[in-house]
Design a protein around this ligand. Structure first.
Ligand SMILES: Cc1cc2nc3c(=O)[nH]c(=O)nc-3n(C[C@H](O)[C@H](O)[C@H](O)COP(=O)(O)OP(=O)(O)OC[C@H]3O[C@@H](n4cnc5c(N)ncnc54)[C@H](O)[C@@H]3O)c2cc1C
Length: 383
């Protein structure tokens, strides 16, 4: 089925055709980073889709950007290697000063700089973000950063990172969401000057790390927006992130369904294609229905974001529905393939692991339930 984004879809698919399953399978086995693929995406301008034309990008919205991410996953790749650039760039664009935008956005659009990382999560506070303990203390024309982050992705393949840190102690603010600020960290400057990166081997081939900050000094002009308002700024970025990841799950979902349908038609057991058995075809049909339904909420969230309407509920619901649908499609695809689903050469076990992540990150399912219960349904806050 074609839609208004067909041109983008065709363009991304054409690029992805040069990176077949074997490419991603090999990178996964090596626990490598798809550098050649990411370079190709940057050179073709796909990762600067949301940068306004005046700064050298294409000036597209989140909806179009989400189609780019969807297509990468639909072609068998994993947007997890690159999606950070889309929403982190938006944080600078929406909340940065003119000088910050002029300094960074043209170079990001030209592919000279990557802004792939966002450091929010901490080991001792987890989802309870406003209690985070990393501090940024003003010292003349600099901020001094101390603390620790965990699960911070793509740091080793990025030049810049958005950091959320507390600038006013929790005890001194009237609302716990106040007193947090966001900064642009130039990773090359910070590394070796108090910042340490420790990679975390994990189930997915996702480059993610523990970060340690020991008196890391960053220029005061790297503060984004107003001091103390960082949590508010980061929320917008999180809505964009959730919507993009919903689109990636939709891409995964279609990939699983396409592979399951193809195999169910080809594989002959008991002298007939296994797909002739309703016990095989009904779960595939059910998974397809779920993906299609989730896709509606993904577009609703993306369009509301682009129209600058409140979209917290839709972004959360889209991420929930799409992550659930892609995971169900993954299960069905694996089951349809029987034993062969476990063989690496079919790529299903790889995509199965990749799509499972999105029930936990960037926000876990329970926290989405709690958001909807409190902010949409008016139920009492549970924590
Ligand atoms: C591969 C990977 C990449 C990541 N990349 C990044 C990144 O780039 N930047 C970044 O900042 N973070 C990143 N994260 C962190 C991710 O956002 C968190 O793992 C996620 O938000 C969950 O937080 P947590 O792991 O601390 O879980 P916790 O907060 O410890 O929660 C553990 C479990 O308890 C449940 N739970 C907790 N409190 C409640 C409650 N009140 N009610 C009901 N259930 C509750 C949660 O739903 C969850 O299932 C990444 C994580 C992974 C695994």
């Amino acid at each position: 089925m074609s839609d208004e984004f067909q041109e983008i879809r065709n363009g991304v698919r054409a690029l992805c055709a040069d990176f077949p399953d074997e490419y991603f399978r090999t990178i996964d086995a090596q626990r490598g980073y798809p550098e050649r693929f990411v370079d190709a995406l940057i050179q073709a301008g796909w990762l600067s889709a949301m940068i306004p034309e005046e700064y050298g990008g294409s000036g597209l919205g989140l909806t179009a950007a989400s189609v780019i991410m969807e297509e990468i996953n639909r072609c068998g790749g994993n947007s997890g290697a690159v999606h950070g650039q889309m929403y982190n760039m938006g944080t600078v664009l929406r909340n940065g000063s003119r000088a910050q935008k002029e300094k960074y956005l043209p170079r990001i659009a030209a592919g000279e700089l990557r802004i792939q990382s966002m450091a929010v999560t901490e080991p001792t506070t987890g989802t309870d973000t406003t209690k985070l303990k990393t501090t940024a203390v003003r010292k003349d024309d600099r901020f001094v950063i101390n603390g620790q982050k965990v699960w911070i992705s793509r740091v080793q393949h990025s030049d810049l990172m958005i950091l959320l840190a507390r600038t006013t102690p929790l005890a001194e603010v009237s609302k716990k969401s106040e007193g947090l600020s966001i900064f642009i960290v130039d990773l090359k400057e910070a590394l070796g000057r108090g910042m340490t990166v420790r990679p975390i081997p994990n189930m997915v081939n996702h480059e993610t790390n523990e970060l340690f900050f020991d008196n890391v000094e960053i220029p005061a002009q790297n503060l984004i927006g107003e001091e103390g308002q960082g949590f508010r700024y980061i929320l917008d970025g999180l809505n964009a992130e959730r919507t993009l990841i919903a689109a990636e799950c939709i891409g995964d979902g279609y990939w699983f369904i396409e592979r399951a349908s193809r195999y169910a038609n080809e594989r002959v057991v008991f002298d007939r294609p296994i797909g002739r058995n309703q016990g095989v075809q009904f779960p595939i049909a059910a998974a397809y229905i779920e993906v299609e339904a989730a896709n509606l909420m993904r577009f609703k969230a993306a369009r509301r974001f682009d129209e600058q309407l409140p979209c917290g509920a839709e972004a959360n619901m889209a991420k929930y529905l799409a992550a659930k649908a892609s995971w169900e499609a993954a299960n069905v695809c694996l089951q349809t393939h029987g034993g062969f689903g476990f063989a690496c050469e079919y790529d299903i076990e790889r995509k199965f692991r990749e799509t499972r992540l999105y029930q936990v990150a960037p926000i876990s399912t329970n926290l989405i339930f709690s958001y909807v219960a409190e902010h949409v349904l008016g139920l009492p806050r549970s924590f």
